[in-house]
Write a protein that binds this ligand. Sequence first.
Ligand code: Z5A
Length: 207
Amino acid sequence: MQGKFLTIEGAEGVGKTTNIDFIRQYLTSAGIDFIATREPGGTPLAEKIRELLLDAKQTAVSADTELLMMFAARAQHLAEKILPALEKGQWVICDRFTDATYAYQGGGRGIDTQRIAQLETWVQGSLRPDLTLLLDVPVELGLERAGNRSEPDRFEREKIDFFQRVRACYLERAAQEPQRFRVVDAARDLIEVQARIKQVLDEVIGA
Ligand code: Z5A
């Protein structure tokens, strides 16, 4: 049986890393065979592309170059890691996937959604996540939480209106596909956020 494909999304500082740790522990205790991975990245080649994409010294990256590099990394990630795991029946927990491309390169950079959709079909065929957890916090709170980090990367250097467009795009996508998305109010205390995530995971485990 094909494994489940779960993606975790959200704008800056929503707590993906923190909550993915929780998801790992919960799935392990539930006896689910899974791998956890991330985008951009997840394989040696895709991690090299990630380094270039996040490098704050690369100040002249065009929006199209950024978009194509995201999908180049994704094509490798799918071929080398995601598809083989799903075919073996493992669940794949992925920290960001193509919804991030719609949100950052579409919403943030203003690339036409149709171009992103063409690349999505080219690279993924009909593969889409079974479920997407969208962690949502007001942009100001997310930036405040993320602000405690040391050196900002190329995306973290963007201005607040960029992240507002990213958040709006994520929420719009979630409203368009309510059967796939579960929006979690991640502005709440971590205990409440994780109780909601547990509820969603129980729903998938029981399905
Ligand atoms: N990107 C793109 O443009 N297009 C694409 O297609 C893809 C990606 C796939 C790297 O992603 C960049 O790639 C990303 C978009 C772009 N750039 N940005 N921005 P990333 O996922 O690696 O980068 P990130 O957004 O910085 O994720 P992160 O490191 O996982 O950060 P996070 O989601 O904010 O997680 P966190 O470190 O767990 O939380 C931040 C802080 O908040 C931390 O101190 C926590 O302790 C705290 N926290 C978390 N939850 C709570 C609650 N509930 N209460 C209080 N404090 C909390």
